[in-house]
Design a protein. Structure first.
Lengths: 536, 345
């Protein structure tokens, strides 16, 4: 099945041209962390090269070495045979290397065109030539088949579109090397295939593309060659055609893949009497983000929320937690009417929420792992009653061990951790508060397969021990693997709710597509333009 | 050769070095600079003067440190200091027993209570109404001196009260009271922030307000608290200034002290972008500024150019602290000195 590697212009055989980029023996250390240790990487013109590895394997660090964000401690980087030591992103850009990072790094208060041309604005009489800038941006967007108004402000668009703008920006630099770090993690299937079309076009033009993704299917679909890293070291370089998913994963994590399937879900006995619910919401809604929604959550149950980006799945989670305040609806916790006016009220009622946006809404980057873990507990105790040092040390040590957090140093600074480890610290932050309801919005997004399996395992265990979990993910397989019940969202409303018995991905997709036998809303047709607008 | 790199990388390295350089300059210019003599049971000497005169700046800078750690700034502290002096002096002057100790205590308590109210006002504007701190406190910075003028009727109000005078000019156990008060407030601040969870929560709010909110941190209360604390500190500084001259000068008391305080905080290594703060750094910064002010006339530079030299010194210290500037220096000097990576991560 992996034999569909394109034979077109990609020079994957013998007699290949000289690499555009050759990195040899790259080492980089951070205080307490050896991020890269003697890693080699070569990029050939006209190929798509995947860099694979778990979280913390060094993929992002390797990229940042190539783009001049980090300076290297040892090793050499040559571009077109010329040794370079990049003193910063500009030097790297000048050498024809441009990058789109995992998290969108754009200025949301500027327009699409301004973002695309930032630092390279066309000038006229010493001032920025806005007309030419917009025109040029539109040309690039057209070339990528993106229907985005270049003059609109970036924060009017959802994250997926911002990501595409970031790619458009990188493409426009006339790069000879394009680095895409997790470009697909917030894109839906259509957007991914559009991105892949663009990548193929660029490859045909002779651009070397370095592609990092956690989606193995995507890697096998698009890449010609791959370099595998583990724990900051080089494992091997392969032609994609020589690899299978299983052999790749084995190289990446160095152990058997079985983990992902080992989660046993014990579905609730349908004959058992319905226990009293933990939380009941009736008509919960907020103008512009979620239409009135009913939901009942029980102890020891995982409720999966499925739906496309912008379907209202995140909005539902935020309203359940009180992160945004609801305009309508009633909430009962343990049969008592409550009002969730904010996170504090929710925490008092035993509700915890981990946001999909780790960087902006989760981590406190300049504080230590220990402080980050203890934050929610400390906040609910108030500043006058600090968590005793001994309790704190014990809790932090326990969760570092239990969740396998690396580095296992409580004083390590949060922002130096890889995404998966940051996610685990955030989970620990909430588990320490011993919640009754844990709301997880995309807890496994952008993290590697090993950490992902650990987090899934954890969710299953927590539910078995009686915790109620709301699990939101863009990956349907994951939702189905974990959930007892699945809620399907579309167009900012709940369109279906099913017990997870004999439910498969195709069923859910069908519900999302709106064709199924779901108790469909009468005005589903009327809602379609809404969805179009929100994703355009 | 011992490995000096941890020392060089320590965030207090450059401010401390700058302070040492200043002290050395002073010793060269005035060999008796370090001499401290005992007279009538009181300590006298240049170092004691620096500490005593620096006490108001240190006090204001302590409050400012916490405000800046929450991503804020408080421009109104100078005006609040003036109001504190005005309220205290007017209260004493209007009392029937002008020289009684009780009068001084009532006057100072009233003044500090007024300052707390002003701090509540600042905190309300910033944390409840969400006005940008620089604008919110600009209101009181400009209006505050007017308030102080109202209180004093536009006059320089002089008072004659020995108890009040002791705060700025008195001695306890050979040491000037001002120094003791400033150090006590420093100690209390350190205990409040580092022995409780206040410091960590302030830093969390300053680094990532939204993440802190979602984790249940009472950001609003914390931000409100630091503005009240800053106003309280400014109040004590204002009392000290008024006490030193036994007069309230609504126009000039605490003039530009907010700028000195901000400089002290920045020199001490607390970033204006909020987050991690260092009270020790602020202490070093305040001492640096006061020493500089003392040094300039000592080495024969006209005192009127004080601000110019202050500016130059501040630029140099800030450059030394900037990771980019240090990396550039390191590269130019010797390639072996690897650029500091922590700054760009």
């Amino acid at each position: 099945m992996q034999t569909t590697v394109e034979t077109g212009p990609s020079p994957t055989g013998v007699g290949q041209p000289t690499p555009v980029v050759q990195m040899t023996g790259i080492s980089i250390g951070f205080p307490g962390v050896k991020a890269l240790d003697g890693v080699d990487l070569r990029l050939l013109p006209g190929e798509i090269h995947a860099v694979m590895g778990e979280n913390g394997a060094g993929k992002s660090t390797l990229i940042k070495a190539l783009t001049g964000v980090y300076s290297i401690d040892a090793g050499t980087i040559t571009v077109d045979g010329t040794p370079h030591s990049f003193s910063g992103p500009f030097a790297s850009q000048a050498a024809g290397i441009s990058t789109v990072y995992q998290e969108v790094n754009l200025c949301t208060n500027l327009t699409v065109a301004e973002n695309m041309m930032l630092g390279r604005e066309p000038h006229r009489l010493g001032r920025i030539d806005t007309r030419r800038m917009n025109q040029r941006a539109r040309e690039v967007l057209d070339r990528l088949g993106l229907d985005i108004d270049a003059r609109s402000q970036l924060d009017e668009h959802p994250i997926a579109i911002q990501q595409l703008v970031a790619i458009a920006r990188a493409v426009d630099i006339d790069a000879r090397v394009l680095i895409l770090d997790e470009p697909t993690s917030s894109l839906d299937a259509d957007e991914v295939s559009r991105l892949f079309d663009v990548m193929r076009t660029l490859r045909a033009d002779g651009v070397a593309i370095l592609f990092v993704s956690h989606f193995l299917d995507q890697v096998f679909e698009i890449s010609d060659r791959m370099t595998v890293l583990r724990n900051g070291r080089l494992v091997a370089e392969h032609l994609t055609a020589d690899m299978t998913q299983l052999s790749l994963v084995q190289e990446m994590i160095g152990r058997e893949l079985e983990v992902l399937d080992r989660i046993d879900r014990t579905p609730a006995d349908p004959a058992a009497p319905e226990p009293a619910p933990l939380m009941t919401v009736l008509g919960l809604g907020r103008k512009g983000s979620l239409e009135a929604t009913d939901l009942t959550l029980h102890d020891g149950e995982v409720v999966g929320v499925a739906g496309l980006l912008g379907s209202g799945r995140t909005e539902l989670a935020r309203l359940l937690y009180g992160a945004d305040s609801a305009d309508t609806g009633e909430v009962e916790v343990r049969s008592r009417r409550v009002r969730l006016k904010g996170p504090r009220a929710a925490i008092e009622h035993g509700i915890a929420f981990s946001s999909e946006d780790r960087r902006a809404e989760g981590i406190i980057g300049e504080l230590s792992i220990a402080d980050n873990m203890i934050l929610a507990m400390q906040a609910s105790r108030g500043w006058m009653r600090p968590v005793p040092q001994r309790t704190k040390d014990a809790l932090v040590a326990k969760y570092i061990e239990a969740l396998d957090i690396r580095p296992a140093d409580p004083q390590a600074m949060m922002r130096n951790l890889s995404g998966g480890n940051q996610q685990k610290v955030l989970l620990a932050r909430w588990l320490i508060t011993e919640p009754e309801l844990l709301i997880l919005d995309e807890p496994t997004r952008g993290i590697d397969i090993g950490a992902k399996a650990q987090i899934q395992q954890l969710v299953a265990e927590l539910a078995r021990d009686g915790m109620s979990v709301v699990f939101i993910s863009a990956e349907l397989e994951e939702v189905l693997r974990l959930s007892d019940r699945v809620v399907v969202m579309r167009d900012r409303r709940k369109i279906a709710e099913r017990d997870n018995v004999d439910l498969d991905v195709a069923d859910v997709l069908q519900i999302i597509a709106g064709e199924a036998s779901s108790p469909g809303p009468a005005d589903a047709a009327g809602a379609v333009p809404h969805q179009e607008a929100s994703r355009a | 050769m011992p490995d000096l790199r941890p020392l060089v990388r320590h965030q207090l390295m450059w401010p401390v070095l700058a302070l040492v350089v200043l002290l050395v300059v002073n010793v060269v210019a005035t060999p008796s600079f370090f001499s401290i003599r005992m007279q009538d049971g009181h300590l006298y000497g240049s170092l004691v003067d620096i500490l005593r005169n620096g006490a108001p700046v240190l006090l204001v800078a302590l409050g400012m440190t916490l405000v800046i750690a929450t991503r804020g700034i408080d421009l109104s502290v100078g005006a609040i200091a003036a109001i504190a002096g005005a309220v205290a002096c007017t209260s004493i002057a209007g009392s029937s027993q002008e020289s009684a100790t009780g009068t001084a205590i009532v006057a100072m308590s009233t003044a500090l209570a007024v300052c707390v109210l002003l701090g509540l006002w600042n905190g309300f504007l910033v944390s409840v109404l969400g006005i940008q701190p620089i604008i919110a406190t600009l209101v009181l910075m400009t209006a505050g001196r007017g308030l102080a003028m109202l209180v004093t009727d536009g006059q320089i109000t002089t008072v004659n009260n020995p108890a009040f005078r002791r705060l700025g000019a008195g001695f306890v156990a050979t040491l000037p009271v001002a120094i003791i008060v400033a150090l006590v407030v420093l100690g209390i601040t350190a205990v409040l922030t580092r022995r409780t969870a206040l410091g960590m929560l302030i830093e969390a709010v300053g680094i990532n307000p939204e993440a802190a909110r979602l984790a249940g941190v009472r950001s609003r209360t914390i931000i409100w608290t630091v503005y009240v604390f800053a106003a309280f500190c400014a109040g004590i500084a204002g009392l000290m200034i008024a006490s030193n001259t036994s007069a309230a000068d609504a126009n000039n008391a605490g003039l530009f002290i907010e700028l000195d305080a901000i400089l002290a905080v920045v020199i001490g290594g607390t970033s204006l972008a909020g987050g991690r703060f260092s009270l020790t750094g602020t202490l070093v910064g305040a001492l640096f500024i006061q020493t500089l002010a003392t040094t300039i006339p000592t080495i024969g530079i006209p005192a009127e150019t004080n601000y110019l030299f202050k500016a130059v010194a501040v630029i140099v210290v800030c450059l030394l602290q900037s990771p980019q500037a240090r990396a550039a220096l390191a590269v130019n000097r010797r390639p072996a000195a690897a650029p500091v990576k922590a700054g760009v991560a």
